[in-house]
Design a protein around this ligand. Sequence first.
Ligand code: EPZ
Length: 430
Amino acid sequence: MEQYVIKGGIPLNGDVTISGAKNAALGILAASIMTNEKVRVNNAPYVNDIIVMLDAIEEMGGTVERIDEHTVVISGKGIDSRTAGNDSLRNIRAGYYFIGALLGKSGYARVPLPGGCDIGSRPIDQHIKGFKALGADVKIENGIVIAKADHLRAAHIYFDVVSVGATINLMMASCMAEGQTILENVAKEPHIVDVANFLNSMGAKIKGAGTDTIRIVGVPRLMSTEYDIIPDQIEAGTFMCMAAATKGDITVRNVIPKHLESIGAKLVEMGNKVYFHNDTARVIGVSNQTHTDIKTLPYPGFPTDMQPQITTILCLAEGTSVVTENIFENRFRYVDELRLMGAQVKVEGNVAVVEGIDAFQSANLRAPDLRAGAALVMAALAADGISTVTDISYILRGYEDFDKKIRGLGGQIELCDDDRDVTKFRLRIG
Ligand code: EPZ
């Protein structure tokens, strides 16, 4: 069984370079099929969700030239919008971006309902409401979303909840609709801005991305472009937390400091030292960290995708911390695993009350989802002794070379395929 085996208790020190943003890349790759011309995408992270997305583009009839692990040239020319209903897309949440992309491009999309991490009910009502407002007929048959429109017309759409996915999907669906579409109460995450910049580089006319209101003037067609994806905010935040968890000193390279302010601020409140420079964030984890409270919120608030990581370090901070999860209702499942390590956390609904302990004990852990999986690896790195983390396919969906990057910081971690690998690793580390 594939698992990480980790010998913890060693402070992580040194430099780590952050990969391209997974959640930006997912939107950008879907949007790249909206033109029949070639699109070159640089700095895509080499992670499983991206591989699935690229496979899906090929299965639909598009072409994908893999220049190297991080660079692809995509052509949406051969895409048949009636064939996007392939099963692999069910496994990733972002498969639903093909609804907006195909509907916007050709007026027809047939895409399976999204899968992805089980962190809550994850409805898509806001996406559907938006597509309908643009004049599309949308129905769900046997788990497949079918959206069609003879002619998409601009609309004024007010989202009832702030949704990353709905914002990206409606930007794509409306960028070739006739007239000016106004999207209100939109998400402002860094990847929203990145997808908007990408679409604009293809000739779209999108203004206001990164604010509450986005205005999109429809253009007749989109064109060829070359685009560099931004660095991953959450991967960077995860490594920042690792410095705090292991009381180490990590310089996280290739970051956009603005995107990391809420994470840095919380680490500072806990007593850690955080220094931002042009494109780096250095975190020095102190030994006497103190409690703080966290409320997850849409950007620029504290990201839900960092909630398991920050909760994990709060377990080792002196005093009582309160963590309120406001985005997804099912995002505390990893707490059962932390309890195996001695953590004292009580969860009531969307609130976790954390009583700080001195140290984690090593344990055999199971990753319940992507970010929680990364948090458990971090807990294992902080704990003396040998721990294991199974179900790591979740982690491999979103973190490029996770174990390799940790080893680069002096961490002792090995991805083991079977018991023989585990024995070899244990013998090596002694
Ligand atoms: C994106 O998911 C990310 N995924 C998630 O990252 C991230 O946790 C989330 O945004 C919040 O930042 C991708 O970008 C592929 P939402 P998404 O629509 O778009 C409710 C990771 O670990 N909602 O912003 O699915 C929803 O239930 C992943 O990388 C509706 O009610 O999230 C939630 O409470 C996990 N109706 C809230 O809005 C809708 O139609 C925010 O969800 C849509 C959403």
